[in-house]
Unconditional design. Structure first.
Length: 218
């Protein structure tokens, strides 16, 4: 799942991004409206965490641009303004949710997760296939009843494979969904992560490589 955080205070933006990455989300950061629009024009994001008071193109105009483009991106608007009319105005622009600064990171995370559930068909509470049981809420993975400790990226990759329900997922799609925009598209990070994931899941191997296509859990 891909998130864009558009916030002009670098400390806040970076802290929000790092907090959301704890949920195995791919998070990019933009510190001004122009950069936010540039990223939105290149990559498809599931949720945009958007500060209203951005330099350059303001947050309101970024929100309008996203809505007018017809993108499926959900928008969580951030602002220091506490008046009801400000919240009403923000929602009137097309924002899906509104959060007033200062905010608790746990609440922001909960609101982002709620918006993510609206961007795609709901996953079952637990993903299971090939003897693997993945609980997204508890961030817990078990293979044949035994706990498997995974890194955040390994967890994200396994989640995408299980969500595919037996279909092939390409390396390009995994890069798009599990890593942020700073990843080199020619990197072998997917192959390396897959190797580690297979080792941790143990034998018999359940992740199949489909030559020229990608990976799947049959």
């Amino acid at each position: 799942m891909r998130i864009l955080v558009a916030e002009d205070e670098p400390l806040i933006a970076d802290a929000v991004a790092e907090w959301l990455r704890r949920d195995a989300l791919a998070v990019d950061v933009a510190y001004d409206g122009d950069t936010a629009l540039e990223r939105l024009g290149v990559d498809e994001y599931d949720v945009l965490v958007l500060d209203r008071d951005l330099p350059g193109v303001c947050g309101d105009d970024v929100c309008r641009a996203v809505v007018e483009s017809g993108a499926r991106t959900r928008i969580l608007m951030l602002t220091a303004a506490t008046a009801v009319r400000d919240r009403v105005t923000g929602l009137g622009l097309g924002a899906d949710d509104y959060l007033i600064k200062p905010f608790a990171f746990v609440e922001l995370s909960a609101r982002v997760q709620a918006l993510l559930r609206r961007t795609r068909p709901a996953d079952p509470p637990v993903l299971e296939r090939g003897g693997i049981r993945l609980d997204p809420a508890r961030r817990e993975v078990r293979r044949d009843g035994h706990h498997v400790a995974l890194s955040r990226k390994e967890f994200a990759v396994l989640t995408e494979l299980l969500r595919a329900d037996g279909a092939v997922v390409s390396a390009e799609d995994l890069l798009e969904r599990a890593w942020d925009c700073n990843i080199d598209p020619f990197t072998n990070v997917v192959r390396v992560t897959m190797m580690k994931l297979r080792r941790k899941l143990g034998d018999p191997q359940v992740i199949e490589t489909v030559p020229g296509a990608g990976y799947r859990i049959a």
